[in-house]
Design a binder for this molecule. Sequence first.
Ligand code: SF4
Ligand code: SF4
Length: 312
Amino acid sequence: MSAIQRHTDLIRAEARRLGFGFVGFARAERLDEAARRLEQWLRAGAHGRMAYMENHFDLRVDPTLLVPGAKTVICLTYNYFTEEKQQDPEAPKIATYAYGEDYHFVIKDKLKSLLQFMQTEVGEVSGRCFVDSAPVMEREWAQRAGLGWNGRNTLTINPRRGSFFFLAEIVCDLPLLYDDPIRDHCGTCRRCIEACPTEAISPEGYFLDASKCISYLTIELRDEIPPEFRGKMDNWMFGCDICQDVCPWNRFSERHSEPAFEPHPDLLELTRRDWQELTEEVFGKIFKKSAVKRVKYAGLKRNIGFLRERNI
Ligand code: SF4
Ligand code: SF4
């Protein structure tokens, strides 16, 4: 067995042991076509007020600028699916990914363990770990590494598990065996486009106007939510799962087994009224380790208040 094959197998096995669902490998190179699409997306203003999306353009489209001598982008998925839902059907909703502890920390620790394993097993390997927080075009790499295709809802869809997973990457200077991309299986389906309450997905799909997406409005947007979205939020107060819930490929989702992603016991029990009367103390208790903390107490109150106005 060649050294490249042996390293690839070892890394795949260790990633699985650490809890990653799928592992794929792509050659680290400049993403010319994706760079053109990113430019168009930015030019259309689809990033709303996420000005940081305009930064580091060159780094985003070229991993060899992130890690000198980079050879491989190791792409990984980490499942967060659960069928558990908030019990009060009228409670303002939180996207499933944010039920448990902040995935950035949970997954970053695992990536670091994997990189350390590589350094122990292979020798000198330079690499950097990324999870949704650095200039890496995650979905482009996931597709190249054969983890799934990017569907009309613009999310990475794995034909065996759907899309309820986080993406993570290690960019490293170790050559490995590269996977083949998976072709698009959306076919004639348009469910996500039809179900999106704010028409954030373009009529043909594959293009998301993030400035209209409930995830952006409830998490990224620091100003007031524009009044045109009143009555269109489908009761989401943090993120939105609709274009995943309706996707037929998510019938293959299976429950995660990550203890850190279990929701705080109160999270699923709070009623609509409890949320409306949420105090800073309860917020601090429930979301102590959660990604919801990103919007702070005032941000969540703003979102809940915006939903409430709809009902007055
Ligand atoms: S997350 Fe919700 S608002 Fe955003 S594109 Fe999907 S369905 Fe539309
Ligand atoms: S809902 Fe249909 S069109 Fe949308 S991503 Fe899923 S398969 Fe593709």
